[in-house]
Ligand binder design. Structure first.
Ligand SMILES: Nc1ncnc2c1ncn2[C@@H]1O[C@H](COP(=O)(O)OP(=O)(O)OP(=O)(O)O)[C@@H](O)[C@H]1O
Ligand SMILES: [Mg+2]
Length: 294
């Protein structure tokens, strides 16, 4: 089970202290990353390569089981127990994470990379007020005093556009909607000011309107703070809305990779064409459904 502190890593200004590189230096760089199941010795992800620079967004789409989540987990250093990166390299702000001790990795990860997933509730403790959980992250990872941590947590809840941040601070997970919980998780993820945020199906469980609001929020954070995004989604529309570049995965292979506009308008691979056709058909069905009902 992944805990909040695993996806919201300790905030030690490891990278910024060393001096941020030029704006074009990748914050995250995957080179032919391969992931294998150690038990069966089977390679599941057969080489993923992309660079993410500040303020950019890379999308990963593809069928269920194609390795999107494993790729994200590899970048976060939280692969399930029996999986390993069996080839290639992952660099975070220019440092190959394979060369780090777990302590160095923890320190580096804090200021560099955070994540939100599909099931926000499972990363929060149901018996502690949500605001207090964010304040605790700030106290533990950034050394803020109690009052400063509380104030900053309220500020963060406001920054993710929760309407009444003071009220939400004192609420429990069961009192909040899915969209509100995802905002709380995003607030916690950006609390330690990571340069990259991985959103793995972060809006999939939400209804369409709330999904659009969360996507707007991610776009705004990206615009305002230069946050770089990795966006994993089944929904091509999500990727089209947010991402500069897209990777299409099928059975562990990247079958297509390019600027979003080019890939969606002029897909080169049959599987990408199929995804686009399915999306168009699905979109059309959604559009026709109310008419049939009336
Ligand atoms: N914890 C795990 N234990 C065993 N097998 C796993 C685990 N996580 C992933 N796998 C296997 O690895 C492969 C890739 O899984 P992954 O979760 O990366 O797919 P995905 O592209 O994210 O799919 P989805 O769109 O359904 O989220 C799948 O075949 C899956 O069965
Ligand atoms: Mg997944």
């Amino acid at each position: 089970m992944t805990t909040l502190s695993q996806i919201i890593a300790p905030g030690q200004p490891a990278v910024t202290a060393a001096g941020p590189g030029p704006a074009t230096e990748p914050v995250l760089s995957l080179r032919d990353v391969r992931i294998s199941d150690r038990v069966t010795d089977r390679e599941i992800v057969h080489g993923v390569t992309f660079d993410l620079t500040p303020g950019k967004a890379v999308g990963i789409v593809g069928e269920s089981g194609s390795g999107k989540t494993l790729t994200c987990r590899a970048a976060l250093g939280i692969l399930p127990a029996h999986f390993e990166v069996s080839g290639g390299s992952i660099e975070i702000a220019g440092t190959d994470i394979a060369t780090l001790t777990s302590r160095q990795w923890t320190a580096l990860r804090g200021a560099t990379i955070g994540a939100v997933f599909q099931d926000p509730a499972s990363y929060l403790n149901p018996s502690i007020r949500v605001g207090a959980q964010i304040a605790e992250v700030l106290r533990a990872k950034q050394g803020l005093k109690r009052r400063a941590a509380r104030n900053r947590a309220v500020e963060l809840l406001r920054a993710v556009r929760l309407r009444d941040p003071e009220l939400v601070y004192g609420q429990y997970t069961y009192e909040l909607s899915g969209g509100m919980l995802q905002r709380v998780l995003i607030a916690a993820a950006i609390a330690v000011e990571p340069r990259t945020l991985i959103a793995d199906e972060a809006t999939t469980a939400l209804d369409v309107t709330v999904q659009a609001e969360i996507l707007d929020l991610l776009a705004e954070l990206r615009e305002r703070t230069g946050l770089a995004l990795v966006v994993v989604s089944h929904d091509l529309a999500v990727v089209a809305q947010l991402c500069d570049e897209v990777l299409v995965m099928k059975q562990g292979d990247v079958v297509e990779h390019g600027p979003t506009r080019a890939v969606l308008h002029d897909p080169q691979h049959a599987y990408t064409r199929l995804l686009i056709a399915e999306h168009n058909q699905y979109g059309l069905e959604k559009f026709l459904a109310p008419k049939e009902a009336s």
